[in-house]
Design a protein around this ligand. Structure first.
Ligand SMILES: O=P(O)(O)OC[C@@]1(O)O[C@H](CO)[C@@H](O)[C@@H]1O
Ligand SMILES: [Mn+2]
Length: 389
């Protein structure tokens, strides 16, 4: 109880600082990322003019203060042993998993029926299924808890509704993903690796959709291994940590539903065989743009370079890919990445913040006229690829 009281008082202090626009203060508790964070705060300080004094909550870049808020929540918890490994968002993450059981069972059943005969599918059919499961993973990103504040009444994806959602895909590079993976499958030697990396976003329903896609990639031999990247601390409410990752697989495995539990057993086996690999890295919970990765986290950059294709899930990853800048809507994605090219990559994201690049001339104007909130509601989505043609 004493520890809880301490954590709550630190969180109240944080809330007060935020609500009254106090200066941003350095982190105090020593963790692997503390020095990098504090250097970043100093850098922000150097950008503020003398008359403005210190960086504050209301007038600092949104990406920076939003990440800082979650890092401070974590600091309040780690300063309060013995509850220092408590995940303040665990309950809501787990609740959404249970609330989306029906949709989860639906997509797991679909996958299991599909993989039964996967060897017999012709090229076109396989491509069609690949596209379907990519779209399931895309629309799975509608379900984050940071924006919905725990309200998960968002329409859940099911395979039959995909056609209905097609018009809301604003950038669709799925064909390029197919060409890349299917050409590699045709030309690679018997023992060579085809590696797809997935930079994860939310746990719960979205993570299951990512697992379904990753399972399909192995079952169809479009990939021989899949590497996942998650957060090392609780983040943006619903983001995936290693605990969430393992918990979802355990839940699936112990389900009473035949196909969901089959999925859980298969997924655990993939991990045991090293065909699925999970990586945690503190870089993902820093405020830095991804173009800083090669400098700030060269080990992580080198790991990503081993992939043949990288999927970046979700809105926050898109903001970091593009530096959260106010780009023109028509600027090429490659340019907005500003030198971040560890391997061919694709953002799979529903739009929840006011940034989008790589649109056709006139496309944004049309959208604004027909649906003024198109950038922020999560109704629209993209598959945006960058890599050699
Ligand atoms: O990255 P995700 O889960 O798709 O979305 C995270 C998000 O809800 O959080 C931020 C707002 O707080 C925005 O970047 C985005 O809207
Ligand atoms: Mn998220």
């Amino acid at each position: 109880m004493e520890a809880e009281k301490k954590a709550i008082s630190l969180l109240s202090k944080l809330r007060n600082e935020l609500q009254t626009d106090k200066p941003i203060t350095p982190l105090v508790e020593k963790l692997a990322d503390t020095d990098i964070w504090n250097q970043y705060l100093e850098h922000q300080q150097s950008l503020v003019s003398e008359t403005d004094g210190k960086p504050r909550w209301f007038c600092s870049p949104w990406l920076f203060v939003e990440c800082y808020a979650y890092r401070r929540i974590h600091e309040a918890v780690i300063q309060s042993p013995p509850i220092d490994d408590f995940d303040v968002f665990k309950e809501s993450k787990q609740q959404t998993f249970f609330e989306s059981q029906e949709s989860i069972i639906g997509i797991c059943t679909y996958l299991q029926e599909l993989v039964k005969n996967i060897e017999d599918l012709d090229e076109n059919h396989l491509k069609n299924e690949f596209f379907k499961l990519l779209q399931v993973s895309l629309w799975g990103n509608k379900c984050d808890l940071s924006m919905s504040a725990g309200n998960v009444s968002f329409q859940k994806t099911n395979i039959d509704s995909l056609e209905h959602f097609k018009p809301f895909i604003l950038v669709n590079d799925m064909e390029r993903l197919w060409s890349l993976l299917s050409n590699r499958k045709k030309t690679r030697g018997k023992d060579t690796v085809s590696r797809v990396d997935i930079v994860l976003d939310n746990s719960g329903f979205e993570l299951v959709t990512d697992f379904i896609l990753a399972d399909f990639l192995l079952s169809s031999k479009l990939a021989t291994e899949v590497h996942f990247y998650g957060k090392t601390i609780p983040w943006f409410v619903s983001d995936t940590t290693i605990h969430d990752f393992n918990w979802i697989i355990e839940q699936a495995k112990h389900s009473n539903h035949k196909w969901l539990s089959k999925c859980g057993v298969d997924w655990e086996n993939y991990i045991k065989m090293g065909r699925w690999v999970y990586h945690g890295h503190f870089f993902w919970t820093l405020p830095h743009e991804f173009w800083a990765m090669s400098q700030v986290a060269p080990d992580l950059y080198a790991e990503l370079q081993k992939a043949h294709l990288i999927f970046f899930k979700g809105d926050l990853n898109y903001r970091k890919l593009t530096g959260d800048r106010k780009w023109e809507f028509t600027i090429p994605f490659h340019q907005a990445l500003n030198g971040f090219h560890p391997a061919p990559l694709c953002s799979i994201r529903t739009l929840k913040s006011e940034i989008q690049v790589g649109l056709q001339p006139g496309q944004s104007e049309q959208l604004t006229a027909s649906d003024p909130d198109w950038l922020t509601t999560g109704k629209y989505g993209i598959f945006q690829f960058d890599g050699p043609l």
